[in-house]
Design a binder for this molecule. Structure first.
Ligand SMILES: Cc1cc2nc3c(=O)[nH]c(=O)nc-3n(C[C@H](O)[C@H](O)[C@H](O)COP(=O)(O)O)c2cc1C
Length: 365
């Protein structure tokens, strides 16, 4: 049967109202990892958007894993309580069939940076920088902090941090966990040959490089079996000698075998030398390739902002879901507009229902 943007979907036993996902987006507005009133309004807005799947921003499993001083975390009791407060509020207004996920992450060598609107570069002396960590002692770029390569013991402690954050996510009320293994953050730093030059069992062959992500996926799945588990990967580094699409497909397969019920197929982020051919739907072919080769449900992302474009990706069997980031920031009611464009019935909160006809009206104008 042909699916469309508003067909329901079930991932790892979790029922989702439609195929529209909000992609994770850092807000750089947390207080030592704790969600603030900014998150409260943001998560409530997402809850009313009509998107079936809401993956909240990169949420770091330890303090030094944050990109910036403002990044969200789940490493203290206070972080957990603050996340629970914002999530409970979001659920009071969420449309039926909306599910919420925590994207568990560690920034590795891309940690200790300024917020984007403060420059985005590495924190300078006087800005409270910290020692970063990675697979190898290779900084992201010239002028970036040289990372400390994690020892065997430190890798085991890191896996425990992911497990502890997963327990916190479950207690805070999330429906699923997404492992962030993309965009040049720590798990991707291990996966990519550009940043991993280790010669132990965590480096060298692809099997060794993906081991950390796989071990974390298995440990998290084991720790919180009631939560659905997914993963976001960079399918390619877009750099000669970096992670190729063929290897990216193998990474997806390994994560599926480790318990991931979907793979979000993104790309890049691990090298300043990347050459990304950005344009509408520029990563959809990566999702399509993973879906075909691995047989795992996939989420496509990247410059998908038009309802007919999004619907065609799902209806054409290229991806099971689409994720939108900037389009949702620009228009948090995008799913209402998509429903009007595609002629699908759409129910929103009764307080807002009288507004839905305006989208049809605007389309006709
Ligand atoms: C403000 C902002 C914050 C982002 N933060 C995250 C994040 O926390 N985790 C992540 O995996 N991707 C993050 N991304 C990447 C998006 O999830 C998405 O993959 C990317 O923006 C491409 O989708 P788009 O063209 O719909 O914006 C962020 C993007 C933006 C614009």
């Amino acid at each position: 049967m042909t699916q469309h943007l508003f067909s329901p979907i079930s991932l790892g036993g979790l029922d989702i109202a439609n195929r529209i996902a909000i992609a994770p987006m850092c807000q750089y507005s947390a207080d030592d990892g704790s969600a603030s009133d900014w998150h409260l309004q943001q998560w409530m807005t997402y809850a009313l958007s009509g998107a079936g799947m809401v993956t909240l921003e990169m949420t770091d499993v330890e303090r030094r894993g944050r990109i910036t001083h403002g990044c969200l975390g789940l490493y203290t009791d206070h972080n957990e309580a603050a996340a629970r407060r914002a999530l409970e509020a979001a659920r009071t207004v969420a449309l039926p069939g909306t599910v919420f996920g925590a994207q568990l992450a560690h920034a590795g060598r891309k940690a200790s940076c300024q917020r984007p609107w403060e420059g985005g570069g590495p924190l300078q002396p006087g800005q409270d920088p910290w020692q970063t960590v990675s697979a190898s002692a290779l900084p992201f770029d010239q002028g970036w902090h040289p990372p400390h390569p994690l020892t065997e013991d430190e890798i085991h402690t890191l896996i425990e941090h992911f497990v502890s954050a997963a327990h916190r996510a479950e207690r805070a009320g999330f429906d699923y966990i997404e492992l962030h293994a993309a965009h040049g953050y720590l798990l991707h730093q291990f996966i990519s040959p550009l940043s991993n030059r280790r010669s132990d069992r965590w480096g060298g062959s692809l099997e060794n490089r993906v081991r950390l992500a796989v071990e974390i996926a298995k440990a998290v799945k084991n720790a919180v079996p009631k939560l659905m588990l997914g993963a976001r990967i960079s399918v390619t580094d877009w750099v000669d000698g970096g992670l190729s699409v063929e290897e990216g497909i193998e990474v997806a397969g390994a994560l599926k075998d480790a318990g991931a019920s979907y793979i979000c197929c993104s790309s890049g982020g691990n090298s300043p030398d990347q050459k990304i051919p950005a344009g509408p739907g520029y990563q959809v072919h990566l999702a399509e390739a993973v879906r075909k080769a691995v047989g795992v449900p996939v989420r496509a992302v990247g410059m998908i902002d038009d309802a007919r474009q999004a619907d065609a990706i799902v209806a054409g069997g290229r991806a099971d879901m689409v994720a939108l980031a900037r389009a949702i920031l620009a228009d948090p009611r995008w799913p209402w507009r998509a429903a009007a464009t595609l002629g699908h019935p759409f129910k929103t909160a009764p307080q807002l229902a009288r507004a839905t006809s305006l989208h049809r009206h605007w389309l006709a104008a």
